[in-house]
Design a protein around this ligand. Structure first.
Ligand code: AMP
Length: 225
């Protein structure tokens, strides 16, 4: 079997799908360079770069940064990574971005984490906060002794706006509407690889096995399934 040395991959998954954890494990195990469009934009905003100033106006309004700005930024970063395998995260978000990326690089595989909405909703809505102290509880891993009540003060706990079920459902629906055309694009190109499940630790061995056929493992410890 011939192992291709320069794998170009994209990872896609809704908020709460475990994409961050899986990306970290891929990077540690296979030594890919991870490029997150959100992180890149935030660092440009911090640096007050020209692109950062443009991007901020859109991000603050909850809108996507225009395709031409985004594509220029990502392609510029990928030039630096020309000699490396990479994992793109958060880009492409539109079919126009996907087509521009295709013109510059051959995307070998798109890892799509498919976690049921109900599971994600449960994960994202599990966080409860005691506003006065900032104490955080998680109803799955670290529940308060009495549901909805702070252990130390007996005061009621609240949910952040972002963690409320109705907000989470809206975020997931927006994600699905936005991402579907990109997934369809890659499906029709034959590079979409979907990994379904409800637990990151059960999805990971499948991602690992899939990538291990394409890439040498550089680090066997800690993240091996
Ligand atoms: P993220 O951390 O990936 O959720 O990105 C934060 C924000 O950056 C998003 O809500 C968008 O406004 C913007 N953004 C990130 N990636 C892209 C992209 N590929 N295209 C357009 N806007 C993006």
């Amino acid at each position: 079997m011939v192992l291709r040395t320069l794998l170009r991959a994209v990872i896609v998954g809704p908020p709460g799908s475990g994409k961050g954890t899986v990306s970290d494990r891929i990077v540690k195990t296979f030594g890919l360079k991870h490029l997150s469009s959100g992180d890149l934009l935030r660092s440009n905003i911090n640096d007050k770069s020209e692109i950062g100033l443009v991007a901020r106006a859109y991000i603050d309004q909850g809108q996507l940064v225009p395709d031409d700005v985004m594509t220029r930024l990502i392609l510029q970063e990928l030039k630096v990574l020309e000699q490396h395998c990479w994992l793109l995260d958060g880009f492409p978000r539109t079919v126009t971005q996907a087509a521009s990326l295709d013109k510059a690089y051959q995307v070998d595989t798109v890892l799509n984490l498919n976690v049921p909405f109900e599971t994600i909703k449960q994960r994202l809505t599990a966080r409860w906060i005691h506003p006065a102290s900032g104490r955080i509880y998680n109803t799955d891993f670290n529940p308060p002794k009495i549901p909805g009540i702070d252990d130390a003060t007996g005061e009621p706990l609240i949910q952040r706006e972002d963690d409320k079920p109705e907000t989470v459902i809206k975020r997931l629906q927006a994600y699905e509407a936005q991402t579907k055309p990109v997934l369809d694009y890659y499906r029709s190109n034959g590079v979409l690889e979907t990994f379904s499940g409800t637990e990151t630790n059960k999805i990971w061995p499948h991602v690992h096995a899939f990538l291990a056929c394409k890439l040498p493992v550089v680090n066997k410890t800690e993240t091996s399934p």
